[in-house]
Design a protein around this ligand. Structure first.
Ligand code: ADP
Ligand code: MG
Length: 298
């Protein structure tokens, strides 16, 4: 089987944990265990991952001296997290087994998001800094619920994975492939642009491109819920894709968190007839075996 395993950026470094190398390496051990199990079962795997906390950290580091743009920061986190994942997996499967691909993703230059950015990124800024940065770089800001201002950037739809042929080839040659970290580096017309493609949607695109049999999303919640966070919330354990689509239309899955995961698995299952799962990294192995999380069927 071919499997795409998407790992959440928050699962590597929970908001409650300090951002350190040790924390990342400890959390990534859990992901490496799942990957090892998948490979020992004889399957091929592409690992994708988020980068929210890490790109936020880099943005904070260069506050006041905005040297690098978002395409570059995304590339940096692909190397950073890809390296940790490769080291942890190779420790179990043998040196050189894992390859990290710096991955670009083409988006439509006229995607509506460029006119109306929605994705928060980076630290909180004062009103004074907001005026300076808007004038200097044309950045857009929105008020954050925590009080203060945060930068908003476009989150365009992924159209084409630039390195997809190389990903397929590495997979066929038996490598464990890490690709499209942070949703991939946004490219429009062959040039990097300031945007953050949703990592779940890019992962679905990879899963469709390689005709994956199983698409697994591991995050920090133990499954997909109806009425999440409300009285009477209910976890979905086994669900057909058309039923899930109905719940999406009813508004159970907010944009920016569970919404894109549901869009991603729905697109993938309809396009390929494959199976998908959403669950927690802590239960990763059981989610992979179909015994935990939310299992989604064609
Ligand atoms: P990741 O970094 O893995 O992409 P996100 O924070 O984007 O994680 O999405 C996971 C979060 O979605 C969970 O922590 C949870 O708080 C939130 N969430 C929103 N709606 C739901 C829902 N209906 N079922 C489960 N989790 C939900
Ligand atoms: Mg997310």
């Amino acid at each position: 089987m071919k499997i795409v395993l998407a790992l959440g950026g928050n699962a590597f470094n929970k908001p409650s944990e300090p951002i350190t190398q040790e924390v990342h390496m400890r959390n990534i051990e859990k992901a490496a265990e799942v990957v090892t199990e998948i490979v020992r079962d004889g399957h091929h795997v592409v690992i994708t991952h988020g980068n929210g906390p890490q790109v936020g950290f880099l943005a904070e580091l260069q506050r006041g001296r905005e040297a690098f743009k978002l395409d570059a920061l995304t590339a940096a986190t692909q190397g950073l997290l890809g390296y940790f994942i490769a080291a942890a997996v190779d420790k179990r499967l043998g040196s050189g087994r894992t390859v990290v691909v710096v991955t670009r993703v083409e988006v439509d230059c006229d995607d509506a998001e460029f006119g109306n950015p929605t994705k928060f990124v980076g630290p909180l800024y004062t009103e004074e800094a907001v005026h300076m940065l808007s004038a200097k770089y044309g950045w857009k800001f929105r008020q954050d619920s925590r009080g203060g201002w945060r930068r908003v950037v476009p989150s365009p739809k992924p159209r084409k994975i630039v390195e997809i042929d190389v990903v397929k080839r590495l997979l066929a040659d038996g490598y464990v492939v890490v690709a499209a970290g942070g949703g991939g580096i946004s490219m429009c017309g062959g040039a990097g642009v300031e945007g953050i493609v949703d990592k779940d949607l890019t992962s679905a695109l990879i899963a469709m491109e390689i005709s994956a049999d199983f698409f697994v999303i591991l995050t920090d919640v133990d499954g997909v819920y109806l009425n999440y966070g409300k009285p009477g919330q209910k976890k979905l354990e086994r669900v057909k894709v058309d039923e899930l689509e109905r719940y999406y239309a009813e508004g159970h899955f907010p944009p920016g968190s569970m919404g894109p995961k549901i869009q991603a698995v729905t697109q993938y299952v309809y396009a390929t007839g494959g199976r998908a799962a959403v669950g927690s990294l802590d239960e990763g192995s059981s989610v992979y075996r179909g015994e935990a999380g939310t299992q989604i069927f064609p």
